[in-house]
Design a binder for this molecule. Structure first.
Ligand code: ZN
Length: 374
């Protein structure tokens, strides 16, 4: 129940230098430059010399029950394992449906989230799928958010995509009302997580909604905004005007811009990286030449590392996009996304020189030792 991390370079995510970290009963109990009087607790002691500690990653877009299905029943993808998430350094996950709201259900998502929690992870879900009206458990987005503990918002609702229901302004407004009021009554984030496709309108439906209604901009999280260049330039404008933008890791298509490059562009432009989040879209379809392989959650930390090693961005800056920023968006900060006294003891330990993940604390328990060399 006690773990002591000695001599670790701490990115909380802000850089705090060499520290000792004591965890107790799943929480961070003490962070100090040197903790001396601890032997009586008999903690598990890990010498972290040469390692960096950072908050366990918060991934707000994972198809935990499997995505796919867009090329027929043979193309559906199965549920993700807790080990796969932990190997990717992810300790908090938000599960969601995609295009398929028939073969997959919100009920299934809820049960999968509970099963991931039984394995020690923290899991939430969005109610809904691409379509309108959204598929739900209680027949309403609002009551799903208020009454079901794990439901923290609506998503992923598709706009600007040939697979979307082409929601009108009124339909989007009604959905936003349900999510906002559900969030208020349920004490949740009540976000609307919007899948933005390659359609010609891009972010225009969201700009239109915000210009003509009084919904707070902070409740919308449009994602996949790096899937093509014109969408990313709209995203830069949306971000500059106060919006939160979510980028999808592992983007390698010709039309798309990969996450490290996007982060560099945002940092250089003066926009900065506040209100920028990155998610993996893991376990959805779309990977591989046949588009039938599941996208990997490991792309999330791979892209963060590349932003540091290949684009020279500071780790403490890019780390925010997968820790502090999504945790703030989901209103689970500083319990998640932060290493500080009182926060949950979800800590990713990586080699300092190569940023290769080595160990993971999930709720204070040392759960995963990485042996694979990159
Ligand atoms: Zn999507």
């Amino acid at each position: 129940m006690f773990t002591m991390l000695k001599n670790v370079e701490l990115y909380a995510p802000e850089y705090l230098g060499t520290r000792d970290i004591l965890t107790a009963y799943g929480k961070i109990a003490l962070v100090s430059d040197r903790i001396d009087t601890w032997q009586q607790l008999r903690p598990e002691v890990v010498d972290c010399s040469g390692m960096v500690a950072m908050p366990g990653l918060v991934d707000q877009h994972v198809h935990i029950t499997g995505g796919g299905g867009e090329q027929g029943p043979g193309s559906t993808i199965g549920p993700i394992s807790p080990e796969e998430l932990m190997k990717a350094g992810i300790t908090t996950v938000v599960g969601l449906l995609g295009c398929d709201g028939v073969g997959k259900s919100v009920q299934e998502l809820l049960m999968k989230a509970r099963s991931l929690e039984a394995d020690g992870l923290t899991a939430f879900i969005y109610t809904g799928n691409y379509g309108i009206p959204a598929v739900t458990i209680t027949d309403r987005v609002l009551t799903d958010i208020v009454l079901i503990d794990k439901v923290i918002g609506a998503g992923e609702i598709a706009i600007s995509d040939h697979r979307s229901a082409c929601p009108t302004r009124n339909e989007l407004a009604k959905l936003a009302y349900e999510a906002l009021t559900g969030g208020m009554l349920g004490g949740k984030a009540g976000v609307v997580h919007l899948h933005v496709g390659n359609g010609r309108e891009g972010l225009a439906p969201l700009f239109d909604l915000l210009e003509t209604t009084d919904f707070p901009v902070s409740m919308f999280v449009p994602t996949h905004l790096n899937r093509n260049r014109s969408l990313f330039s709209q995203a830069m404008r949306y971000h500059k005007e106060g919006g939160t933008i979510d980028l999808t890791a592992g983007e390698h298509t010709e039309e798309g811009i990969n996450v490290p490059q996007c982060l560099a562009m945002l940092a250089e432009s003066g926009n900065g990286l506040d209100r920028v989040t990155v998610s993996s879209d893991g376990n959805g379809s779309g990977a591989g030449p046949t588009q039938r392989e599941a996208a990997s959650v490991a792309a999330l930390f791979d892209d963060i590392r590349t932003a540091v090693t290949d684009y020279g961005l500071p780790l403490e800056l890019v780390l925010k996009t997968v820790t502090e920023n999504p945790a703030k968006t989901l209103k689970i900060y500083p319990q998640k996304g932060k290493i500080a006294v009182g926060s949950d003891a979800d800590i990713l330990l990586a080699e300092k020189a190569t940023l290769t993940p080595r160990m993971l604390l999930v709720g204070g328990r040392l759960r995963q030792i990485f042996t694979l060399k990159r």
